[in-house]
Design a protein around this ligand. Sequence first.
Ligand code: SF4
Ligand code: SF4
Length: 406
Amino acid sequence: MNANQTLKTNHSVNADHSSKSNSSSNAAHTLKAPYALTAELTHRCPLHCAYCSNPLELQKRENELGTADWLRVLDEAAELGVAHVHFTGGEPLLRQDLEQLVRRARELGLFVNMITSGVGLTRERVRRLAEAGVDSMQLSVQASDGELSDRIAGIKSHELKRRAAEWIKAEGIPLQANAVLHRHNLHQVEEIIDLCVSWGAERLELANVQYYGWAFANREYLLPSLEQLQAAEAAYMRSKARLGGVIELIWIVPDYYAEYPKPCMGGWASISFTVTPDGRALPCTAAAGIETLRFDSVKERSLGWIWQESEAFTAFRGEDWMPEPCRSCDRRHQDFGGCRCQAYLLTGDARNADPVCALSPDHWRLADFVASRGASARSRAAGGENDPAITAEGDRDPPVARMRGY
Ligand code: SF4
Ligand code: SF4
């Protein structure tokens, strides 16, 4: 399970991170140490989620960093000031050196979270990960019932997840969960929350799908209707009131329906970064899609240099790079102009304002797509067909099936 859908929120920095001067052209910007590293150990995954934000071109096993490289990355990350590491993928359990990496990260004093589909986990593997020192495990949840869950995952996996949750709890490891929400499971928000409570999860991220990688290719299949989103948000609010204190619930906003963009990653290369399976360091998990940037590899450069000096990391730090309308907008300190990856995907230029923004001259690109999706759902309903936006029936198979990447 990749963390991509759940990490584009505004992380709060709770470490005392030292300031360094940024040698980029944006000299006035004060550079802090990164708080979190997302270590994408592999793109291989037994699941086929249509909303996966891994790139369409998945890295093959033979291109993955070896154990020694990852150990060095962890050493350099700790030296740089990183406090929190997320081991993710793909499915990180497919790496046989996972326990070794967890152990090293703990020795370095990092908080270690592991994000998994639960598929491939055994009782013995959970015990070994606990011994290695994993601090928390985050299980992906596709739906509240086995039939829909297995359909979304593309393989039978719901029962394996239930067992994984049981073993994680039995080993005393704090359990978290994440559910990517889209047209085919939004009607189950309340049931998904109850399921996670019954599994003993302490925290659940309800992440409305973000359209990168496979999710972008499948966005027509995944985009919910406004009515469906409103009903789901109301269900989330009801559950929050009902379950206050039992489980921490995080709602990650559906930005295709927002007026202003999210403060993506808390600002470009400002709080955290990702290392991909083949060793490229990215300011955000989806950034590899920006073909106009060069992303340096940890095989050739130190993490410190990449964070402080590299072209990709310095490209959009601060505000000097911003064109209008962001340059003179009062909200620029709040949302940093939105998401660079989304700006690139939808306009072809990563410097543009995120088209989610109603003030962006490119907003029509997104608004037209949302409107046409709504119109096609309405015409289906008028023709007597089920509207998947409302009933979660029909459109059962995503047009682009995510490969396993083996
Ligand atoms: S296919 Fe699903 S489980 Fe696998 S990496 Fe992608 S989102 Fe995560
Ligand atoms: S114009 Fe730019 S800074 Fe202003 S709200 Fe829109 S994206 Fe944010």
